[in-house]
Write a new protein. Sequence first.
Length: 330
Amino acid sequence: MKRCTWFVLAGLLLVVFSIIAGGCITIITPEPSAPTSNTPADSLPPTNEPEQEGSKPVINSFVANPHNINSDASSTLSWNISGATTVNIDQGIGTVGLSGTIVVSPPTTTTYTLTASNAAGTAVATTQVVVSAVSPPPIPASLPIIHSFVAEPESIVDGGSSTLSWSVSNAYSVIIDPVVYRQQGPIAATGSVPVSPSVTTTYTLTATNASGIRNETVTVTVNSEPVVSPALGWAGTWETNWGIMHLSQSAGQVTGTYEHDDGEIVGYISKNLSGNILVGTWSESPSYAPPNDAGDIEWVMSPDFNSLEGKWRYGFSGEWDGTWTGTRLD
């Protein structure tokens, strides 16, 4: 209705204008204006623009420490991830947490790949562990050196013992056969081991390195009875700092008594074949037992066979506690 009224008014104005002007009447019809839409904004057709997506995971760190290792060592992988729903490491490790560590020992240089994923996408990082072969020990410039290999004493009675001692250098292994000692590098420069063969035995020390082998032998002679000079017999009466002592001897064994606290002696001629060294035990009343009433003795007879000098101790180990001296009376 508004538009029609406007047209009528416009026409009347044009007629009046034409009459006044004395000219022709020309009706000018204005162009209609564009219709105004009353359609609500929320009823417009939807656009096809995509919605904003989330962010991909962030790999804050993925490292191997140490980066370089020997083939017999290990390295630690560590990682820290943000915004991932799954994290995976290859080389057989599998699914892991957002952060963590794991120890790896690859036999050869290995690259590890970490893959972090979520609904927005995937992030990937790698780290490498460089593996170096362990260098073999250097080849010595010369054969092993056996400075010494001895038995002390070299002769024993059946049931006695000897000590094998050696000094070796530039060796990777030391073996003594019959097998009483065996060691493989690093080798101590010196060593010793007790032996108690029942028959005369030859011991062979073999020292080895990459350049070759060196051998040395020593023989321990075993006697059924000690060879004692008649002049060196321990039997007799002795005046000692512990009172008068009476000793008797049967082959390699010496027994006797002395005055102090009704003491008793049991000893053996076992350190050498000349018979001038006696080792054994002392014991006294009331208990005749260690630690207070028994212990070790070690005596040496003088070159003129008429006196002895030695040492004694409480018990059977530790420091010596005193001296024992005596003069032969018969």
